[in-house]
Each structure stands twice: as C-alpha cells, then as structure tokens.
Design a protein around this ligand. Structure first.
Ligand code: FAD
Length: 376
C-alpha cells in the first residue's frame, strides 16, 4: 500500500515516522514550506494538567499526548535522532494571590492519580520561585509541577522526519493537491504530477480546508495568528529554567541557548496574514515584562508568526472519512498541537494501517465540522 501524507508539521512528520515502522507500507511525505506553519512558531509547552480547558475529551487526548512523549523520545534516540530538544523542566503556575494558587494546587492534585507522570507538586515562596526563574517579579509565588516539559517544534519535527526517511519515507518538496473522481479522492498530485497513491492523510494544519475545497467540501478549520517573542539573555544559563504559566493566555519558557520565549497573541479572524504587527509585539513584550521585569535588558532576537489550525470547538479533527474515499484527516489541534501532535500523528498512522487503537476516537470525528456543497 502507498500512502501520501500532505503536510510535514508535528502531526504529519509523526504520522510518517510511525507508518515507516509498519510492514508493507510505502510512505510519501509532502510539504510546500508554507510561511506561518504552526509547528515552526509554536512555543513548545507540554503541560496539559493545569489547563483551564475543562472538556474531558480534550483533556484525554492532551494527557495521552503528554504521556506519549518519553517513549517517542526514546524511540527516536534509538533511531539515532538525539536532537529533539524535549526536556522535562517543570512548570511554575504563578500568581500573587495565595487563594488562586490553592485552587490551582487542588485542581492539579485531583488529576495526579490518573496522570502520575505530572510528577511532584510543590508550593513555592516568591524567593524559591525566583531562584528557578530569576527574571520574575518579586511578588509572585507559585505551584511547581515537575512533569511539565518543553520542546522546540522545529527540532522534533525534523527528528521525526529524518528518522522516517532513514526507514524509507520519501520526502517530496512541493505543493500537493488531491486527485478527484467526482466526490471521491483517488490520489495526490504534487506540482501537477500524480503520485499514484492508495491512501491519503491530510495533515496540512490550517490549510486542510483549502485542499478539500475542490471537492465541494467545507471543513470548518480557520487560521488563528500567533506572534511570539524570542529574547536572548547573553551569558545566562537558561537550560534548566521551568515553564512559566501566569493566570492568563500568556506564558514563558526557556531553551538551552540563553533564550526565553514569551507568547503569544491569539488573533482570531486574522486569516493567513503573515505579518509581525506593532500591536502583536507590544502585547507579548508587555505581558512578559509585567510578569518578568528582569527580561527588560534582553535582546529581542526574533518574533515568530504561526497560524494555529482552529476548529469550531476545542477538539481536534481526527478520523477516517470514508465518504471522501481513502482519506484520513488529522488537523484542528489549535493551541495544543505540540502537546497532542506526536500522539495524533501516531493515531492517524494506526487508522491507515488498520491497527487497534486504545482510545475512542468518536468525539474527534471530522464529519462534525464538514459541510458538503451538493452543487459541486
Ligand atoms: P502545521 O505545523 O501548520 O503544519 C502544516 C504543514 O502543511 C506545513 O508545514 C505546511 O507547509 C504544509 N502544507 C500546507 N498546505 C500544503 C500543501 N497544499 N501541500 C504541501 N504541504 C502543505 N501547542 C502546544 O501544545 N504548546 C504550545 O506551547 C504551543 N504554543 C504555540 C504558540 C504559537 C505562537 C502557535 C502559533 C502555536 C502554538 N501551539 C502550541 C500550537 C501548535 O504549534 C499547533 O497546533 C501545531 O503545530 C499544528 O501542527 P500541524 O502539523 O497540524 O500544522
């Protein structure tokens, strides 16, 4: 069987890597290197246990996504891919109010039995909090959750792609489109050349609806722009700094190269407007400095821009769509795609290989967000 995967973000590269391990499946992974691909801009926080999202189906997938990481990193390591950037640095949920922290602590403790991988939970004073992340404001206390991790989406995507290629995946650079027979997808072409495939996995993030349009199918997934600041702190060892989670949609995390990442805007209705805006930069830097004034003298190295693939509800779109032929859709991971993406890619691979899956995928089926135009 020959399978085409359109889009090599975190989801597509994971699907390709996991399919490459299965017998008798030939895999072609296609990408057009679109500006604003979400995986290249994503912050990289993996900490679903303290999210404000209450939907149990979202939490199940996010928790499984976080749980999937250590095994994946081990497998990639055995495949010679050691540069994944994944590290369990812990997270500090910060607040000035001790009542708010009481609530956070009790919410996380309630999840511990079901998710022991979230690790140790500790209440820290403002001094202890700043010892772990020195630029923070001196008034902030925290709840520390030791199992939280960070990952650079670019590095992990490349590691999975490279490991897949070593196992026989063919990577094709170019713009893919679907080959159609009426309302059935019969294959994939790249820049006009038909690849002659049997199955298709759509992992093109916010661009999946564009691929389905010629079928007369409207998939309700839209781009949400996120702008995120990368701040260099020369000569600082930031490699062990934890993720910072204030009680807002903003956050911070650090990487090994004296770099703090502060984000991010959530610009609903942005369309595919790939621009760094004055108000976007102002929002992320103001929020960062409010919480961590010690970043003020850092160097603003870069502002990354990405389009989160947002569905009409909080749940990803994942499933086989027999109505369209041999098509699996895996998109709509929104603001949690680096947490869930490797696991969702693995599940998409299992769907194509017709292997058993130990999670009920019914709540995520893409048909709930699909409308067919009978005129086409
Ligand atoms: P993408 O990464 O967008 O990949 C889609 C790919 O498809 C692209 O490479 C594109 O070039 C390709 N493509 C599109 N059309 C075609 C075509 N016709 N032919 C060939 N190729 C095509 N998630 C977290 O869990 N934690 C975080 O801390 C976090 N922070 C974020 C911060 C920001 C600023 C943003 C923008 C996102 C963040 N996310 C985070 C969300 C996460 O990054 C996304 O949900 C995830 O990366 C989506 O991955 P994807 O593979 O579905 O899509």
């Amino acid at each position: 069987m020959k399978v085409a995967i359109i889009g090599s973000g975190i989801v597509g590269s994971s699907a390709a890597y996991h399919l490459s391990k299965k017998e008798g499946i030939e895999v072609v992974l296609i990408d057009k290197e679109q500006d604003g691909k979400a995986t290249s801009a994503g912050a990289g926080i993996v900490c679903p246990w303290v999210s404000s999202v209450k939907d149990p189906d979202w939490y199940r997938l996010a928790r499984e996504g976080a749980r999937f990481y250590p095994g994946l990193i081990d497998r990639l390591d055995k495949d010679g891919e050691t540069q994944t950037s994944y590290k369990r640095v812990g997270a500090l949920c910060i607040s000035e109010g001790s009542e708010e922290l009481d609530q956070i602590e009790s919410d996380v403790r309630a999840k511990q039995a079901d998710a022991p991988e979230l690790g140790e939970i500790r209440r820290l004073s403002s001094e202890e909090t700043r010892r772990l992340f020195p630029p923070l404001h001196e008034n902030l206390e925290s709840v520390f959750v030791s199992g939280a991790a960070r990952v650079d989406g670019r590095q992990l995507r490349e590691a999975m792609k490279n490991a897949g290629v070593k196992n026989g995946v063919r990577f094709v650079s170019g713009e893919a489109s679907l080959v159609l027979d009426g309302r059935q997808v019969t294959g994939v072409s790249v820049d006009g050349t038909d690849l002659g495939v049997d199955e298709v996995i759509l992992t093109a993030g916010a661009w999946v609806p564009e691929l389905l349009n010629p079928l007369g199918v409207h998939l309700n997934v839209v781009p949400q722009r996120g702008q995120i600041a990368h701040i260099e702190l020369p000569d600082m060892d930031t490699s062990e700094w934890p993720v910072i989670l204030p009680q807002s949609s903003h956050y911070m995390l650090a990487f090994d190269d004296s770099r703090v990442v502060a984000g991010a805007t959530r610009e609903t209705g942005s369309g595919f407007d790939y621009r760094q805006t004055v108000s976007g930069v102002q929002e992320v830097t103001n929020e960062a400095l409010r919480v961590a004034p010690g970043l003020a003298q850092g160097t603003l190295k870069e502002v990354r821009i990405g389009f989160r693939p947002m569905g009409e509800d909080i749940l990803p779109l994942l499933g086989r769509v027999d109505e369209l032929g041999n098509v699996v859709i895996a998109t709509g991971l929104g603001a949690s795609g680096l947490t869930m993406g490797p696991y969702v890619g693995y599940l998409a691979a299992c769907l194509v290989a017709e292997e058993d899956i130990d999670i009920d995928l019914a709540p995520y089926h893409p048909m709930r967000s699909m409308k067919v135009n009978e005129q086409v």
